[in-house]
Design a protein around this ligand. Structure first.
Ligand SMILES: NC(=O)c1ccc[n+]([C@@H]2O[C@H](COP(=O)([O-])OP(=O)(O)OC[C@H]3O[C@@H](n4cnc5c(N)ncnc54)[C@H](OP(=O)(O)O)[C@@H]3O)[C@@H](O)[C@H]2O)c1
Length: 312
């Protein structure tokens, strides 16, 4: 079977750039949207040009120009959107409704992967304010896709390691703590830590796979299902240094939201669901989904002791 042609929208973003690279590495003809609003952002432009050097085709367009999105979508079989959705960076998930309209009008798309790559929003109907906005908006986009009868795959990627593993799951740093750290409750709730490059690869592996058509791909490889304590142990073994652990009760963690800005409050509520409630692992993957490492056993996913070595 010929490999699908892919358009990545949001290709210079944190996860988007990895998906572009994986798409090229896996031999797909890869288009990347080059937004007219680029302006003087030389870093973005340089990244786009580096994709071009690697074989990507840049296609101009704008979310303010519906026809440009339709024209871009018409070039390809598969659209992957990696629109921003992290409050302390930028949060524009609902802009994707414009892309859904364009895909509906173009009528040629075999599969659309919207900007998800986190928690399964369909399981977060009970989520706390204000962080629930992320899940609610992702559900709004899902509904629009399904109403328009666009074939889809939703990628649930769990905790990106750069945000959650490197810092031993501390909220205000991206680096491993040197002396002490917060432990959420008893620290034994299982989460899933994923190297972002592996997320990119699994995402591309799935786009032509009939087993994930109109399903959720949950990236939850067994050896990366770890508790916070297990992750910390790996780091202590690598670094040869034991850290002081301060256990925070559920109540105190929620209370720590007070006085934080919106991005901080969103973070606290997301951490609550992951590390106290266990929302990433407290369910079996049912008929609505597939687990990535089972479908693609050839992918040698990065284990967290390997990942953490970079931070020594
Ligand atoms: N699982 C996890 O731990 C985790 C962590 C982080 C993010 N995520 C999820 O991953 C997804 C992508 O997040 P990210 O952090 O990779 O995003 P990001 O890097 O902040 O942004 C991605 C792209 O969004 C596009 N964008 C932003 N504002 C726009 C606007 N006004 N109009 C048009 N395009 C705009 C830009 O595309 P251009 O390239 O065209 O400029 C940008 O590169 C989100 O759904 C997020 O929730 C998950």
């Amino acid at each position: 079977m010929a490999k699908s042609k892919v358009l990545v929208v949001g290709g210079t973003g944190y996860i988007g750039r990895r998906i572009v690279r994986a798409s090229l590495a896996e031999g797909h003809i890869t288009y990347v949207l080059q937004r007219r609003e680029l302006g003087l952002d030389i870093d973005k432009l340089q990244m786009l040009l580096s994709f071009k050097k690697q074989g990507a085709r840049l296609i101009e367009g704008s979310f303010s120009d519906h026809q440009s999105l339709v024209d871009a979508v018409k070039q390809v079989d598969v659209v992957i959107c990696t629109m921003s959705g992290v409050h302390f960076r930028s949060h524009n998930l609902l802009l994707q409704l414009k892309l859904v309209d364009a895909i509906k009008q173009a009528g040629n798309i075999k599969r659309f992967l919207p900007s998800e790559f986190g928690t399964d929003p369909a399981r977060m109907g009970h989520a706390l304010e204000p962080g629930r906005v992320t899940f609610d908006e992702k559900m709004t986009v899902r509904r629009a896709i399904e109403d328009a009868k666009i074939p889809y795959t939703y990628v649930v990627a769990n905790c990106f390691a750069g945000y959650f593993a490197a810092n031993l799951s501390q909220m205000e740093t991206l680096l491993p703590p040197k002396e002490k750290l917060n432990i959420y409750g008893d620290g034994n709730v299982k989460v899933v830590y994923m190297d972002e490059d592996d997320v990119g690869l699994y995402t591309i592996k799935t786009i032509d796979d009939p087993r994930t058509l109109n399903k959720t791909l949950n990236i939850r490889p067994p050896e990366n299902i770890l508790s916070q304590r297990e992750l910390v142990e790996k780091w202590e073994k690598l670094s040869g240094k034991e850290l002081q652990k301060i256990s925070i009760s559920e109540k105190d963690w929620i209370a720590s939201m007070k006085g934080l800005d919106l991005a901080g409050q969103v973070g606290v509520t997301h951490f609550y669901h992951f590390f106290y409630e266990g929302c990433l692992t407290n369910f079996e993957i049912g008929e609505e989904g597939e687990e990535a490492s089972k479908l693609y056993p050839d992918v040698k996913y990065t284990r967290m002791d390997e990942y953490l070595k970079l931070y020594l």
